[in-house]
Design a protein around this ligand. Structure first.
Ligand code: SF4
Length: 352
């Protein structure tokens, strides 16, 4: 049996952050019944997994015992990557030790910023010190694969605060950094807050902030391998690579998506339905894995790029983009440059 990826959506948060539109609820009394439903779904799936990713929501709101129950139910290969997203304020040293013993071998901390005002604006519950301490503690306790998320161009961010964030993050014992530009999602408190919206850096500053981030992280040994992702050598996120390489994965939990046998499907954003069903009900989205979709996703991978053997029709329209410094051609593949990453959607449209 060919191993695939397993994504588990943990739909619980202590409080909703101002910018977030991920599916989660703040009623934490349902974590036991939720865990039992995840285990039922894993048992019902005839699959073996070489990556597991607990995403959310806030997976670190599950107890170590609940994480262990989920991992014990799954058939997991010996060398599997088992990642878990953590909020810096919801982990203690004991908790980190316990989830490490349960099998988690990669942590992804939702840091977003080390600046007090930026954290407040984002509605995050942790402080800069908590984030630094959590990462250092995890490293000391034996986690040798730790990622942190950083948010760029948030309301009120300046080049000074960005540089300070980059300086702190690049000195921490991390193997991976995800650096996303803030996206204002419809229906979030941020989208309705005119004052905060007016403080978001303009397009030119945002572009400069992104380019400076790429340069600084690369200079600190974090090689860019995807538009928003950077890793030390050999520490690219194996689970997320499956999404961009159009490989199969099973998603369990409300709002989780799956890609199996060429079909994409999703579990509805409804926790009550998820916990009351024997096996999660899913909605089929569309067929996946076409040559066009593979080409679009592979272009996001700045290190691998789009192979011209797989998609020769991209060569002609790429010429002008290469000339303008937005793409480069290396070893028979087209790869976005950092400047190209800023207009990736337009480039992908032109090539595919
Ligand atoms: S950003 Fe993370 S912690 Fe904040 S509401 Fe969204 S899922 Fe929860």
């Amino acid at each position: 049996m060919q191993p695939i990826g397993l994504y588990i959506h943990v739909p619980f948060c202590v409080r909703k952050c101002s910018y977030c539109d991920f599916y989660s609820i703040t009623d934490l009394s349902l974590t036991d019944v939720y865990t039992a439903a995840v285990v039922r779904n894993i048992n019902a799936a005839d699959c073996c997994f070489d990556t597991v990713y607990f995403g959310g929501g806030t997976p670190s709101l599950l107890s170590a015992k609940q994480i262990y129950e989920v991992l014990s139910a799954a058939k997991i290969t010996a060398n599997a990557e088992i990642s878990m997203e953590c909020n810096p304020n919801s982990v203690t040293a004991d908790y980190l030790k316990e989830i490490h013993s349960a099998g988690v071998n990669r942590l992804s901390f939702g840091v977003q910023s080390f600046d007090k005002d930026e954290l407040k604006m984002l509605g995050r519950l942790h402080s800069s010190e908590q984030a630094v301490n959590a990462i250092i503690a995890a490293s000391k306790l034996g986690f040798d694969n730790i990622s942190a998320d950083l948010m760029l161009a948030v309301s009120g961010q300046t080049f000074k605060s960005l540089r300070c964030n980059l300086d702190i993050i690049s000195k921490l014992p991390l193997t991976h950094i995800s650096a996303y530009m803030l996206k204002v999602e419809e229906g979030t408190p941020l989208a309705a807050d005119k004052e905060l919206l007016s403080k978001i850096p303009d397009e030119d500053d945002t572009a400069e902030m992104y380019l400076e981030t790429v340069q600084t992280l690369e200079g600190s040994g974090f090689e860019q391998y995807e538009i928003s992702n950077f890793a030390k050598d050999g520490f690219e996120c194996r689970h997320n690579l499956k999404y961009w390489r159009c490989e199969e994965y099973l998603g369990i939990g409300p709002a989780a998506h799956s890609f199996i046998d060429g079909k994409r499907f999703a579990c509805p954003k409804n926790l009550s339905e998820f916990i009351s069903s024997d096996v999660q009900k899913t909605v089929t989205l569309d067929n996946g894995g076409s040559a066009e979709e593979k080409a679009m996703l592979s272009l996001r991978l700045t290190k691998e790029g789009l192979s011209l053997d797989d998609y020769p029709q991209a060569e002609k329209p790429a010429e002008i983009l290469i000339k303008n410094g937005l793409l480069k051609k290396e070893k028979g593949a087209l790869k976005l440059t950092p400047e190209g990453c800023l207009v990736s959607n337009e480039i992908i449209c032109r090539l595919v």
